[in-house]
Ligand binder design. Structure first.
Ligand SMILES: [Ca+2]
Ligand SMILES: [Ca+2]
Length: 276
């Protein structure tokens, strides 16, 4: 399309202005921050963002909002799958123990050095199950930190590629998470986090860059289709568990230090209802 280059140039200018504004208007970056739970590890920038980041999206709703957010968050740096290990040690660091990460579904604090594939290790959980669209682990959706989290190897395996829904039974190291034959229910403290990660993926991946168009639906039998359920339940979880300090800090760290893009639903929870 002939208008595309013009638009890209304009966005580059806007982003440069945005970056400059962040530098000028956030002098408190190096000052003591608002509490240990949200403090980044030493040497890692966790910058606030300026709302110029979302300037093109403000005032929109429905498909126009989704399109706008897609354009904004697709401007990103991408990681290799091997680089994800070290990134997760920063993004998911235990606020109370800098040597540990918090495992998403089990809530366990475990040594950063126990990353691996054996019993008792943690590995890289794809919250949007990577078989849903079969995108694998080459650089792209399979390495997008916004939905990758540390998880106990066996818990990761129990979750498998199940869709998300209410109901089921506890299991070893479940930490309050539940599962049944065809779905998985995360513990209450991360229900909203899971919902916002899935919905981020739906907006970021629209089938325009060689990857499948990922979309939420209300099914628990999606298999390898590029869909993830259940949307009605994810929306409830999003309301029930709003963004907290850990999740907001994680978004800031991914933006400032790794991918330079954000999860809009952590910054603007009202946008879930505006799109879905
Ligand atoms: Ca939460
Ligand atoms: Ca999509």
């Amino acid at each position: 399309m002939p208008v595309t280059p013009v638009r890209r140039r304009w966005r580059t200018v806007a982003l440069a202005a945005s970056a400059a504004l962040v530098g000028l208007t956030v002098p408190a970056l190096t000052a003591p921050s608002a509490g240990a739970a949200s403090a980044p590890p030493a040497g890692v920038a966790s910058a606030a963002y300026d709302d110029t980041y979302y300037a093109d999206a403000i005032g929109r709703t429905g498909p126009a909002l989704k399109d706008s957010l897609h354009t904004i968050i697709s401007d990103q740096r991408k990681l290799s799958y091997s680089a994800v290990w070290d990134a997760l040690k920063v993004t998911d660091q235990d606020p109370n123990n800098s040597g540990n990460v918090i495992l998403l579904y089990s809530g366990i604090s475990r040594s950063k050095s126990r990353n691996g594939g054996n019993t008792g290790d943690w590995n890289r959980e794809h919250v949007w199950a990577k078989s849903h669209g079969d995108f694998g682990t080459s650089t792209g959706p399979g390495t997008d930190l916004h939905h990758l989290r540390p998880e106990d190897v066996q818990v990761n395996s129990i979750r498998g590629n199940k869709d998300f829904d209410n109901g089921g039974s506890a299991f070893g190291n479940s930490g309050g998470s539940l599962t049944d034959s065809n779905s998985f229910e995360p513990r209450d403290a991360v229900k909203g986090d899971v919902a916002r990660m899935v919905l981020y993926m739906a907006v970021r991946y629209e089938g325009t860059d060689g990857w499948p168009d990922l979309e939420p639906n209300d099914s628990v039998t999606n298999g390898s289709a590029p869909y993830h359920g259940r949307l009605s339940v994810l929306k409830q979880w999003h309301q029930q568990d709003p963004p907290d300090a850990f999740e907001k800090r994680r978004n800031d760290v991914i933006h400032a230090s790794y991918q330079h893009n954000r999860n809009p639903f952590i910054d603007h929870p009202e946008w879930v209802e505006a799109i879905w």
